[in-house]
Design a binder for this molecule. Structure first.
Ligand code: SF4
Length: 411
């Protein structure tokens, strides 16, 4: 088998059937705007690093003209520009030998014998004993929790790859750099590295020996290209839809009664139920999205704002946004009212402050920073609850080439 990537491992673990459809049967996947946009930004970075004499934004403009990016609109184009400007500010003054690798495709064999492949965005030399792997993230609706950061397979893979590329480095920092988001840093302890290598070896062994690839429902089923032919998805869909259209009494029967749990003994049951409900919710959300898209297309094509069925009316509404010129609004309303109404994105202010600092206006930047700190208030959104599977390691007894289950160990 050829070298495997973290995407392959993740796909196989999330759903063997989806992995089979994509990697073995080679059925193409639908591409999302987000992934096309991410590819565009990385392609621009790759072109720029291949020809550093050119300006990054010129490379970006040129890439954007390619037919595969026609699905992206002007809003995303501008967003990409802002991200790349941030990238330039972030890398300004950091030049080789401090940057050891940039947008590099790496293929190697791990110490456990598994051939792997991946692209590393950037590796910096921090000092004679330390390197930092930076992974640029172009889009995210949420950011990882500290648990997710510690167990992220992609970061663990970067850790082992970077150690093989630069064996002199005693410490490997792992950095997630979200454009327009937080910059997060973590590192792997020896026991975490060992557990990750066991985890990769186990999955790899399974992947190369499996002959059956069963479907495994998960929270991304609604976005899965192969859902229309997937028996597990279709069955869940039928069950969920028929359950949802039944009367309230039935719903109460089904939902309220099982919620009479005894805690803490019933926590595993409760977590399992919550996970199932979440999967089903995602599937129903997908149905909702598809229904709306078909209805909207029909109404737009027939130029109707409202359609009546026997007992329902479907209306198409459009929101209109009016933007005020902030300078004019400020003059008309006065500063105190204007700032009471305005919401200023924190990252935009930080970008501006960075520009002021880089322009050598340090005193001005410090004054602005102080004023901003004094006028800042923070608020927290409601804590969200998420159920995720703990990856249990099944170690491979290499001599026999078989798996010896080592249950209970967490990765
Ligand atoms: S719909 Fe879900 S269960 Fe079916 S193949 Fe896709 S990911 Fe797997």
């Amino acid at each position: 088998m050829k070298a495997i990537s973290v995407s392959q491992l993740r796909k196989y673990e999330a759903c063997p059937r989806q992995y089979e459809q994509h990697y073995i049967l080679q059925k193409p996947e639908e591409t999302s705007f987000h992934s096309v946009f991410g590819t565009l930004v990385h392609a621009a970075l790759e072109a720029y690093h291949a020809h550093p004499e050119r300006h990054l934004l010129d490379c970006y403009r040129e890439e954007f003209k390619k037919p595969e990016y026609r699905v992206l609109d002007a809003g995303l184009y501008e967003k990409g520009q802002v991200m790349l400007q941030e990238y330039l500010l972030d890398t300004q003054g950091v030049t080789p030998p401090n940057i050891l690798n940039l947008e590099e495709r790496v293929e190697l064999t791990l110490p456990n014998g598994v051939p792997v492949i991946g692209v590393i965005d950037r590796i910096d030399k921090i000092d004679d004993e330390t390197i930092a792997v930076v992974d640029y993230k172009t889009g995210a609706s949420s950011f990882p929790t500290s648990y997710e950061l510690e167990t992220d397979e992609q970061l663990s893979m970067y850790d082992v790859m970077a150690r093989q590329l630069h064996p002199w480095a005693k410490t490997v920092l792992l950095r997630l750099h979200y454009f327009q988001g937080p910059k997060l840093t973590t590192q792997r302890k020896p026991h975490q590295r060992e557990a990750f290598l066991d985890y990769v070896a186990t999955l790899y062994q399974e992947m190369i020996t499996s002959t059956i690839f069963p479907p495994r429902l998960n929270s991304y089923c609604g976005y899965c290209t192969y859902r229309k032919d997937c028996p597990a998805y279709q069955l869940t869909l039928q069950e969920s839809v028929s359950e949802s259209v039944q009367g309230l009494a039935t719903v109460e029967e089904k939902i309220v009664r099982p919620l009479a749990f005894q805690l803490p003994d019933d926590l595993p049951k409760l977590a399992g139920l919550l996970e199932q409900v979440q999967y089903k919710r995602k599937i129903l959300e997908r149905v909702e999205k598809d229904c709306k898209a078909v209805m909207k297309d029909y109404m737009e094509n027939t130029q109707q704002q409202a359609v009546e069925t026997e007992d329902r009316v479907i209306t198409l509404s459009q929101r209109e946004y009016t933007y005020l010129n902030p300078h004019v609004a400020h003059d008309v309303l006065g500063a105190s009212v204007f700032f009471g109404l305005a919401t200023v994105p924190k990252e935009k202010v930080e970008e501006y402050l960075q520009e002021v600092r880089l322009a050598g206006r340090a005193e001005e930047a410090a004054r602005m920073e102080l004023a901003l700190q004094q006028s800042t208030t923070s608020s927290f959104t409601q804590a969200s609850l998420k159920v995720s599977k703990i990856k249990r390691v099944a170690k491979i007894t290499k001599a026999k080439g078989k798996k010896a289950l080592d249950t209970g160990e967490k990765v």
